[in-house]
Design a protein around this ligand. Structure first.
Ligand code: SAH
Ligand code: SF4
Length: 356
């Protein structure tokens, strides 16, 4: 039998797997069993920035932990605060790639929008991340670690809700997202309720099947953006591979109510006909609709639908019996939409000589 090598980071595996690895290690090191729980608690529940900070553990143990189980970190590259309180974080990863998270406070809710990939291969025409192309998949730690870093900054900062609406297509990185969902949700991890965690996808069918098979009630948002294939294809090249009707069939396997995300773009998907097509689909699926004003940063050639037309579009859905919410554009002054910060910083870096 081939022995399974021990994992290199306790933060890249599920809390249960981390507890097992720690139990094995503690036994081999001759540590008392109660230390396992103490150490494990500093992974996600009461995160430590480094083992040195875990002063509830004796110093020699902290030193052994630092050697055997170093704590990876995301390095904060930029933090921007919008006038409306939205906060955008740009994190530098160990290999120099960067990703963003956006924290959106709203009443008692604190929603963190997290990234699942550096860049994205899918090239939706309105999206800044799509414009960057695909860089690489994130590891489970790099995904859930976006929440962890916020808690390290201030434990009171812990988000109440998580949406996979930052950079990347989560269901094209299922292996890592699968583990990250367990970390986010399990009581030994971050303990965020499954109904407060939303996975947003353009409709990657094999990933949707896997997500639907999990026992927890994670929420699903489908980025629809057009309610018929001929209108959708020019906006979203993925329509060629996973067509709308198959995507909706896969969405029907979800036990919970799903949400359609719909970015309104003038002349592309905002006619009365578009509204009636969308209403028909939403009613068939029992879906709620989130209408999003186009964030101009993602697509210089596209025009956002005007606010009065957005309200009218929402009305056209409502009179057809569909629950539609117009999402306020948050953090406009800091370009806090999908992948825009990285593009901005890189653009600036290209424009400035290195010594500045
Ligand atoms: N790849 C997944 C999740 C990340 S994108 C997906 O597409 O669903 C998250 C959301 O940001 C999507 O609904 C996407 O349509 C939206 N988005 C992307 N670019 C945008 C822009 N320029 N303005 C407004 N919303 C945008
Ligand atoms: Fe990728 Fe989502 Fe952006 Fe499309 S909208 S390019 S799937 S991140």
């Amino acid at each position: 039998m081939v022995a399974v090598p021990p994992p290199s980071s306790l933060l890249d595996i599920t809390p249960a797997a981390a507890a097992q690895a720690l139990t094995d290690w503690a036994a081999a090191e001759g540590l008392p069993a109660y230390r396992v729980g103490q150490i494990a608690a500093r992974l996600w529940q009461r995160p430590a920035g480094s083992w040195d900070e875990a002063t509830d553990l004796p110093r020699p143990l902290r030193e052994r932990l630092a050697t055997r189980w170093p704590i990876p970190r995301l390095t904060l590259a930029t933090r921007q605060v919008s006038q409306d309180g939205t906060r955008k974080y740009l994190w530098r990863l160990a290999d120099g790639e960067s990703i963003e998270s956006v924290l959106i406070p709203s009443g008692i809710r604190r929603t963190l929008c997290i990234s699942s990939q550096a860049g994205c291969a899918l090239g939706c025409v309105f999206c800044a991340t799509g414009m960057m192309g695909f860089r690489r998949n994130l590891t489970p730690f790099e995904i859930a670690g976006q929440v962890r870093e916020l808690m390290l900054e201030d434990p009171a900062e812990k988000p109440t809700n998580i949406v996979f609406m930052g950079m990347g297509e989560p269901l094209l990185n299922w292996e890592a997202v699968d583990v990250a969902l367990t970390i986010l949700n399990s009581p030994e991890g971050l303990g965020i309720g499954a109904r407060h965690i939303t996975v947003s996808t353009v409709g990657i069918i094999p990933g949707m099947v896997k997500l639907a098979a999990r026992p927890e009630q994670f929420r699903l948002a489908i980025s629809l953006h057009a309610a018929n294939p001929s209108r959708r294809l020019p906006l979203m090249p993925i329509e060629k591979k996973y067509g709308l009707s198959e995507v909706l069939d896969a969405a029907a396997a979800f036990r919970k109510r799903i949400t359609f995300e719909y970015v309104l773009i003038e002349g592309k998907n905002d006619s009365e006909r578009d509204a009636s097509d969308l209403a028909a689909l939403a009613r068939r699926m029992g879906a709620m609709v989130n209408l999003l004003p186009l964030h101009p940063g993602g697509a210089p050639d596209l025009t956002p639908t005007s606010p009065p037309r957005i309200r009218e579009f929402a009305e056209q859905l409502k009179v057809r019996g569909v629950e539609a919410v117009v999402r306020r554009s948050r953090g406009l002054d800091i370009s806090a939409a999908c992948g825009q910060l990285k593009v901005e910083v890189e653009g600036r870096r290209r424009q400035q000589p290195a010594h500045q």
